[in-house]
Design a binder for this molecule. Structure first.
Ligand SMILES: Cc1cc2nc3c(=O)[nH]c(=O)nc-3n(C[C@H](O)[C@H](O)[C@H](O)COP(=O)(O)OP(=O)(O)OC[C@H]3O[C@@H](n4cnc5c(N)ncnc54)[C@H](O)[C@@H]3O)c2cc1C
Length: 455
């Protein structure tokens, strides 16, 4: 029996960060209260608070495993909800300059493809089954409340669906509101410094629609990922299967090369991708939904770890700390990995005199290792000259390293497997520093073969 470290924890937001955090907290608090501003649909449908849910949401293997750790049997839940099993490395045709397609190999792993509402509902159903977690809908948190001396957080003030204002006390408040503005507002109101931010400006434009999978669809793949040729062409497309025999197709470009929101314009943009594979697949398929659009100005990392101190009893999580370019499909998985870290820290601190006091600083310090790899992936956007932000000094070398590594991965299944392990956040990027691999990559770089630029 785990020992409790507090009476009540309040989680702001029932998105992926909030739900997974609630799962991590349930064993350590008497009660966990999740406050969500939206009405939560019983069916897997869209809701206003997560507009990104209308777009492709790939779940990485690391995220899938973290969810299964928090909610044992979660993969079966996904399968029961109609998620489509995908053999990683084999079932998605990856098209990148020089490799149309990149070699498809069965590496022995299964992932699942499903819509974001289906993934989120599967997690929500698990949370709803926890006896000491309460999900309160139509409850908008307006303020995180600090103690008079500003050292600690005491709860939240929220507005219920009927417009009534309420104060809820808590030993721990987790800010999983996505934007994280409540945390920043509190720091401001207490006169505390705000975390420094690193931003990578990309002005990404996304457009998405859903199609019925035609009977004569290719059997060589279940999904397609098409990259443009950097730096000239930032357009890309991602098509994944969904529950209900459908494809979700997201197309998009950076720096203002935005896809239109009408059906004709959507198809024309898809036709102009670097390869015709996605266009050919959907041009005669039945469209099942309108075209939804989304603008994503920049990836942002908030450096809470650099603050000298932080109010006791407050913990931002998920996008409130770091938002990644969605093209790389990392946000939900990182949120689930952070919740797993939170669960481990609660276990480690359970016998401390004041476990909550050390929680946020340790979390901020230890999560750096967790977000280093996904953030280094988001930095690949500096391949496009219009990208705003601090371009790393050694970026040309990073690009050349990546190109040589991609060549080796195309030739050697073991290197292919390693690159997928890093992309799926199962291994850190530092795994590429293995001496034998480094030697091969450096030798390939020295050959200076004509190579395609990365997508
Ligand atoms: C276009 C797009 C595509 C993406 N594609 C992928 C992908 O392929 N794979 C992937 O892993 N990730 C993807 N992401 C990222 C992913 O959506 C997020 O990283 C992930 O949802 C983070 O979870 P979160 O809990 O921090 O925020 P969210 O899931 O956005 O949840 C925040 C919740 O807080 C609620 N809330 C906000 N303010 C309040 C308040 N004051 N009171 C009460 N409730 C509040 C909101 O209603 C919402 O339910 C994508 C993002 C975008 C924008």
């Amino acid at each position: 029996m785990a020992s409790l470290i507090g009476k009540q924890a309040v989680v702001i937001g029932a998105g992926m960060g909030g739900l997974t955090a609630a799962g991590a907290l349930a064993g350590r608090f008497d009660r966990v209260l999740v406050l969500e501003r939206d009405t939560l649909p019983s069916e897997p449908t869209y809701r206003a608070g997560t507009p990104q849910a209308r777009h492709v949401h790939g779940l990485l293997l690391s995220g899938q495993r973290a969810l299964s750790e928090l909610f044992p049997g979660f993969e079966q839940d996904l399968a029961r909800a109609g998620a489509v099993p995908l053999r990683v490395g084999l079932d998605v045709r990856v098209e990148r300059p020089g490799y149309d397609p990149f070699p498809q190999r069965d590496l022995g792993w299964f992932g699942y493809a499903a819509s974001r509402p289906t993934i989120e509902r599967a997690v929500r159903q698990r949370v709803e089954r926890c006896a000491n977690i309460t999900l309160r809908q139509r409850c908008r948190v307006q303020e995180v409340l600090g103690s008079p001396n500003g050292e600690a957080v005491t709860g939240v003030r929220c507005e219920n669906g009927n417009g009534a204002s309420e104060t809820i006390t808590a030993d721990l408040v987790v800010d999983a509101s996505g934007r994280g503005t409540l945390t920043l507002d509190l720091l401001r109101s207490l006169g505390r410094p705000l975390p420094e931010e690193t931003a990578i400006g990309i002005d990404l434009g996304y457009a998405t629609s859903i199609f019925s999978i035609p009977n004569d669809a290719s059997t060589d793949w279940k999904g397609i990922m098409t990259f443009g040729r950097a730096p000239q062409n930032s357009r890309g497309g991602l098509m994944l299967p969904l529950e209900g025999n459908r494809w979700m197709v997201t197309i998009g470009g950076r720096h203002g090369d935005v896809p239109p929101g009408d059906e004709e314009g959507f198809l024309a943009y898809a036709k102009a991708l670097r390869t015709p594979t996605i266009y050919n697949a959907i041009s005669h398929a039945k469209r099942m939904d309108d075209v939804a659009r989304y603008g994503f100005p920049e990836s942002v990392r908030r450096h809470f770890e650099r603050l000298d101190s932080f109010p006791r009893g407050l913990l931002p999580i998920g996008d409130a700390i770091c938002r990644f370019n969605p093209v790389y499909g990392q946000g939900m998985s990182v949120a689930a990995l952070e919740a797993s870290l939170l669960q481990r820290l609660l276990e480690r601190f359970e016998n401390d005199g004041d476990p909550i006091a050390g929680l946020a600083p340790t979390f901020f310090a230890e999560m750096q290792a967790l977000i280093e790899t996904p953030w280094s992936v988001a930095m690949l956007d500096f391949a496009f000259p219009d990208t705003r932000g601090q371009r790393p000094a050694d970026f040309e070398a990073t690009l050349k390293f990546g190109i040589a590594l991609t060549q080796l991965a195309a030739e050697d299944p073991a290197v292919h497997k390693l690159t997928l392990e890093v992309q799926h956040l199962l291994k850190p990027r530092s795994a590429y520093r293995d001496p034998a691999l480094m030697q091969r990559v450096l030798a390939r770089m020295a050959e200076a073969r004509p190579v395609p630029a990365p997508g």
